[in-house]
Design a protein around this ligand. Structure first.
Ligand SMILES: Nc1ncnc2c1ncn2[C@@H]1O[C@H](COP(=O)(O)OP(=O)(O)OP(=O)(O)O)[C@@H](O)[C@H]1O
Ligand SMILES: [Mg+2]
Length: 212
């Protein structure tokens, strides 16, 4: 059972919709500890992604992912744009030139994406960033793949791990990005980037599970 190119396209389109629906929610989270632009940034980025997809839907999965990453880089400034761009570009490099992939490949792709985000932003687990959703999700995917679980099971476990990581950011004091300027006052608020990252992986779990 594999994730096909059509599944990947469905996932990207579904995530764009999730972001549009949650634009105010993500902005509210960013208003608490940042500059209230995360929802608008992500929505603007994925509007551009949607415009780029029709010309690229016949390409391989890696190329499609890289197109998404480049669109985000060109349209989303600040910290979030380059970090999200890295997720797609690194994942695309890992699963390049294929028309479908398995759970094991997705585990490797998300691991490369996470390493890319860490190399760029220098955040560690517990710094109250998107890394707090990514690392547990990668661990869950690797474990599921090693245990020979199905694609659907692995994706559901990774989405749950990302959700737990997102919730775990609430009591943390931010050590990276704009939120870190608040120091102790950043505690008690959920990190917006970890929230949008959970949504990304949750959308993958929901969309891709329908086909496996
Ligand atoms: N150094 C970093 N490493 C990983 N993630 C980061 C880093 N800095 C910020 N983030 C993530 O980016 C999110 C903010 O994204 P947003 O789109 O609001 O960009 P921004 O306003 O330019 O960023 P910031 O508020 O950090 O200056 C944060 O919630 C956090 O998850
Ligand atoms: Mg912001």
């Amino acid at each position: 059972m594999a994730v096909t190119r059509e599944d990947v396209l469905k996932w990207i389109r579904a995530y764009a919709e999730v972001l549009a629906e949650n634009m105010e929610y993500l902005t509210e989270l960013d208003a608490q500890i940042g500059d209230a632009d995360h929802g608008a940034n992500m929505n603007r980025g994925f509007r551009t992604v949607l415009q780029k997809l029709p010309d690229n839907e016949d390409k391989d999965i890696g190329t499609i992912m890289k197109v998404v990453g480049m669109a985000l880089l060109s349209k989303v400034g600040g910290a979030g744009g380059p970090l999200y761009s890295t997720i797609f570009i690194q994942a695309g490099k890992t699963i390049d030139g294929v028309l479908e992939f398995e759970l094991e490949d997705w585990a490797k792709a998300l691991e490369a994406a996470t390493t890319g985000v860490i190399n760029l932003g220098k955040a560690s687990l517990g710094d109250k960033t998107m890394v707090d959703a990514l690392i547990p999700a990668v661990e869950a995917l690797k474990e599921a793949s090693q245990q020979g679980l199905s694609l659907g099971e692995g994706l559901a476990l990774s989405a749950k791990a990302a959700e737990d990581g997102m919730i775990a950011t609430i009591p943390l004091v931010a050590r990276k990005g704009r939120a870190s300027y608040l120091g102790e006052r950043s505690a008690g608020h959920q990190d917006p980037g970890a929230t949008s990252t959970f949504m990304l992986l949750d959308t993958a779990a929901k969309v891709w599970a329908n086909d496996c």
